[in-house]
Write a protein that binds this ligand. Structure first.
Ligand code: HAM
Length: 419
């Protein structure tokens, strides 16, 4: 038999207890922020039907699907994202749901990606989606929940920006440049590759979609627009797409998050289903890939056979934000101290230690009980290296007196605790 490697398969991740500290910090922030914003949790199978996920649109994600056949020949896949599954679940119950619905999930997703910083072949992705709301009250609510999650994780507001654009604005501008609507979706996907591949290669992609030299030049020109006012000038006074963006920024001020939002015509998103406002969050230092991304996708329900239903949502992975937090906050994010470690010197004190553990646990404390007798030195060495904030070591005298000392490991202060 070939030697078995102790490493997980390439791109997959193990989480040792010390890795769970940061992961729990992230997951707890996601769940708290979702609850505070009225999102209901849902969940789904990790294995999806390949037919649902397969789209012939030239998206990167469709080329990255882990797929296989089951023993009955069904074409299946590990989900690369949650949105098609969400759409399927909504479509299945469309008649009985009370729209708009606000749903949230932390979904493990798989993508056979080229491995780079911030990109793994497996990640956890927080999804928040509002289905059934046309106004941009939905966009701002989703963004505000994401901002709250970042704050709960300890990310300073100044450390990132949510860059916002509107595909409808790009469509208006491309239309004015004489590029027909039928080509816009392909143009978006080509432009999304900007920064990842050279502009010359993007030009080749655009020409393959039927754009001539002049149209390609105009398309690149659009991307040099620096502000919403400049975009508004190009789009003309009655642009619905500009009005929508202005409304969103006004609502951001109402929510008090205007400072973290910025217009950026270069944010396009790599998924084909977005129809309106799109957004992506990046660290302000520009060192990392997108922290999260999302947008409006009003046609996805109809694409998969459901009734027309507007929708907005975002996906927020655990990998990039974990790297940003480690970079900004250092070791602090990977360790937590809490609870109490209880130990005892001889077998005769075992019962006293167990009774004390049971009592403190019943009072709601987190208690780690040593399972063997230990010498004081051994016990305190273990306590010092572990995660407990406090340590209680029971010796024969303590049982006799009915009182034991509780040591606060950080400042070495002590309090008394009844046995
Ligand atoms: P996405 O931009 O493909 O959107 O992914 C969203 C986020 O998931 C990214 O910003 C990143 O944080 C994380 N992510 C994606 N791929 C990887 C990877 N290979 N390794 C680590 N992290 C990754 C979507 O998936 C949409 N379905 C989001 C959405 C929900 N739109 C509407 N609702």
């Amino acid at each position: 038999m070939a030697e078995i490697s102790f490493e997980p398969p390439r791109g997959m991740r193990d989480f040792y207890p010390e890795d769970m500290v940061l992961r729990e910090r992230i997951f707890n922030a996601w769940r708290t922020a979702a609850r505070r914003h009225g999102f209901q949790p849902y969940d789904a199978c990790v294995v999806e039907s390949l037919d649902l996920l397969e789209r012939k649109s030239g998206e990167e994600v469709s080329a990255q699907i882990y797929c296989f056949e089951d023993k009955s020949g069904r074409r299946l896949a590990l989900r690369p994202e949650m949105t098609p599954t969400l759409a399927r679940m909504i479509a299945a119950k469309q008649g009985s749901l009370n729209f708009p619905v606000k749903w949230t999930a932390v979904a493990q997703c798989f993508r056979y990606e080229r491995m780079t910083r911030g990109r793994k072949r497996e990640h956890y992705q927080w999804n928040m989606d509002i289905v059934g709301e046309e106004s941009c009250s939905a966009e701002i609510e989703v963004m505000a929940a994401a901002v709250e999650a970042l704050r709960l994780m300890g990310m300073p507001d100044g450390a990132y920006r949510i860059r916002v654009n509107n595909r409808a604005l790009l469509s208006e501008l491309l239309g004015k440049s004489g590029i027909p609507a039928a080509q816009h979706a392909a143009v978006f996907l080509a432009l999304d590759k900007r920064g990842k591949i050279p502009d010359e290669e993007i030009a080749v992609l655009l020409k393959a979609e039927g754009l001539d030299e002049a149209a390609v030049a105009k398309t690149f020109e659009l991307l040099s627009v620096q502000s919403l006012d400049q975009a508004a000038e190009l789009a003309g006074p009655d642009s619905p797409a500009v009005a929508r963006l202005r409304e969103l920024f006004a609502l951001a001020a109402v929510y008090g998050i205007q400072d973290v939002l910025a217009f950026d015509i270069g944010v396009i998103r790599g998924l084909a289903y977005y129809t309106g406002i799109v957004f992506e969050a990046f660290d302000t230092a520009g060192k990392f890939r997108a922290i999260f991304g999302g947008g409006r996708y009003d046609n996805l329900l109809t694409t998969i056979g459901g009734k027309p239903t507007p929708a907005v949502g975002l996906g927020f992975g655990d990998v990039v934000v974990g790297e940003v937090l480690k970079d900004l906050l250092g070791e602090e994010v990977t360790s937590t101290k809490g609870g109490v470690l209880i130990g005892y010197m001889f077998p005769e004190q075992r019962e006293a230690a167990m009774r004390l553990a049971a009592r403190l646990r019943a009072e709601g404390e987190d208690v780690d009980l040593m399972l063997h007798k230990a010498k004081p030195k051994q016990f305190f060495a273990r306590a010092g290296a572990g995660n407990a904030a406090d340590a209680i070591f029971i010796g024969p005298d303590d049982v006799e007196k009915g009182v034991v000392r509780r040591k606060h490991l950080e400042d070495r202060s002590e309090t008394e605790c009844k046995l």
